[in-house]
Design a protein. Structure first.
Length: 304
């Protein structure tokens, strides 16, 4: 059983506490400056706090392993949390987009550009630091939850960059005597950023549902599985092999059927166990917990 203080848990907790700090600072700063864009950033961070805590709990639940209640393990909690998290963030982005369009039609809004610009700098730097931490953990074999969290923070950092750019434009407009146009910058940036960010949660929803529906894993992972099975097939001179695979959270489910004929070098139960051990050793090189089922038959119709 993995420790509840695993590197993944620590990375998710860093995300959670940073989101909490961002939420408070952004809401106060946004209300003080009159910026809808900063308020949106704060609301996004508030949503992230609850969803990040859910991600930590889901990760710890998944790491408990199988028991009588969950005979196949608890890994499905990971993609389920990813779907819920992404759907909530997509809903928030759509709400912000609709609100921003309403603000533009109403004539825009005045903001304190100087303080808003300072917020943009702080948010961009802090977001980049957390994104770097999470992306490093994701590349080092982190769970899907960590990868989803990293994608979210990258999106949030891009949001902060857009905030900064928007406030620079507003400052330039004010300094050149076009305060009438500067009023539209804040709601226009909210509309652009929320629309641009929507593909991020949409992609996470699709990937999460693929795992919940136990669909086939990513093509590169399918290719690695097929290559390992084909090599075992050639080694033991089996007539054919059939592979079915799916990925659920951090668990890879693989079912393999080998068709045995008179030329196969494995013919007995003990030799079949050797084949299973060989295949298991190959799958251990993957970055996932593998649940493996291996069958042998002399009649290929039982393998189809």
């Amino acid at each position: 059983m993995a420790s509840t203080r695993s590197p993944d848990s620590r990375a998710l907790l860093i995300s959670t506490w940073t989101s909490a700090a961002f939420a408070v600072v952004a809401l106060v700063w946004g209300l003080a400056t009159g910026s809808q864009l900063i308020v949106f950033d704060g609301l996004y961070s508030f949503a992230s706090v609850g969803l990040s805590l859910a991600a930590v709990l889901a990760l710890r639940t998944a790491r408990k392993g199988p028991d009588e209640r969950y005979p196949w393990g608890r890994e499905a909690w990971e993609p389920l949390t990813v779907v819920v998290k992404a759907a909530a963030l997509a809903g928030l982005s759509i709400y912000a987009l609709v609100s921003a369009v309403g603000e533009i039609l109403a004539g825009g809004r005045d903001i304190d550009v100087g303080w808003a610009l300072l917020y943009g700098v702080v948010a961009t730097v802090a977001g980049a630091v957390v994104s770097l931490i999470l992306r490093r953990r994701a590349r080092a074999g982190g769970s899907d939850l960590v990868r989803a969290e990293a994608a979210e923070w990258v999106g949030d950092t891009l949001l902060s960059v857009a905030v900064l750019a928007g406030f620079v434009v507003a400052l330039v407009l004010e300094q050149t005597g076009r305060s009438d146009l500067a009023r539209y910058v804040d709601p226009a940036m909210v509309a652009l950023v929320s629309a641009a960010f929507l593909p991020v949660p949409a992609k996470l929803v699709v990937s999460g549902f693929r795992e919940l529906l136990t669909m086939s894993p990513a093509p590169h992972l399918q290719a690695r599985i097929a290559a390992a099975v084909s090599e075992v097939e050639r080694t033991y001179r089996f007539a054919e092999s059939f592979v079915r695979a799916s990925k659920v959270g951090g668990r890879l489910d693989v079912a393999v059927e080998f068709v045995v004929d008179d030329d196969s070098t494995a013919q007995t139960v003990h030799q079949f166990d050797d084949v299973r051990a060989d295949l298991e050793a190959r799958f251990e090189e993957f970055d996932h917990l593998t649940s493996m089922s291996v069958g042998f038959t002399a009649d290929r119709r039982w393998a189809l």
